[in-house]
Write a protein that binds this ligand. Structure first.
Ligand SMILES: [Zn+2]
Length: 190
């Protein structure tokens, strides 16, 4: 937005004329050498809040176009004021290019999220269903096909009724193992 556009001057002039009490009758324009009626008030600026110039229309427009609240402040003061305005004018460290650079470098990874991301967490070798099946077989999440096959054969042999003198008490467990192995086969873990 161009703050110096004539349109903006007009809007601002109108708003100020509306919201602020009019200067007393007979007030002359504050602009040096101007004798026109000072009908429009304009704030004097920082440290003179509540004080106003009274300008004619032409000069209030000119004043508004060049009005700078931060007149008389150094660039550093302006930066500090603007930053303080954002954080509520609390005293804090001094604003400066170098200091800001250091601060932002420290903020790049405040919770060491990147380390966590780059570190331990890998994509699991097997999906959730296959991992459950591995746990049924008493295997860990990273079990390899040969390991799975070996464990399956071993458990079937141990739980099968033929290996237990016809005892069928392990039948449910055996069914669970077979189902788990079928899950691992269909998810191509074996
Ligand atoms: Zn004037």
């Amino acid at each position: 937005m161009n703050l110096n556009s004539p349109l903006f001057d007009r809007i601002r002039t109108r708003r100020e004329a509306k919201t602020e009490p009019s200067p007393a009758r007979g007030t002359v324009c504050s602009h040096p050498g101007c004798q026109a009626p000072g009908e429009f008030r304009a704030p004097m600026g920082r440290l003179r809040e509540g004080q106003y110039f009274c300008f004619c229309l032409d000069h209030v427009k000119e004043y508004n176009a060049t009005y700078n609240y931060f007149n008389g402040m150094s660039d550093e003061d302006v930066l500090r004021y603007q930053k303080d305005a954002v954080i509520g004018h609390r005293p804090t460290w001094k604003m400066g290019a170098n200091r800001a650079g250091v601060a932002s470098a420290g903020m790049q990874d405040p919770f060491h999220m990147q380390g966590a991301k780059a570190g331990k967490s890998r994509t699991p070798k097997h999906g959730v269903v296959a991992r459950k099946a591995l746990h049924v077989l008493g295997l860990d999440d990273e079990a390899r096909p040969a390991e799975i096959k070996g464990r399956y054969k071993e458990m079937v042999k141990r739980l099968h009724p033929d290996a237990n003198g016809g005892d069928r008490s392990n039948e449910d467990k055996l069914r669970e193992i077979i189902n788990a192995y079928n899950v691992l086969r269909s998810s191509r873990a074996v």
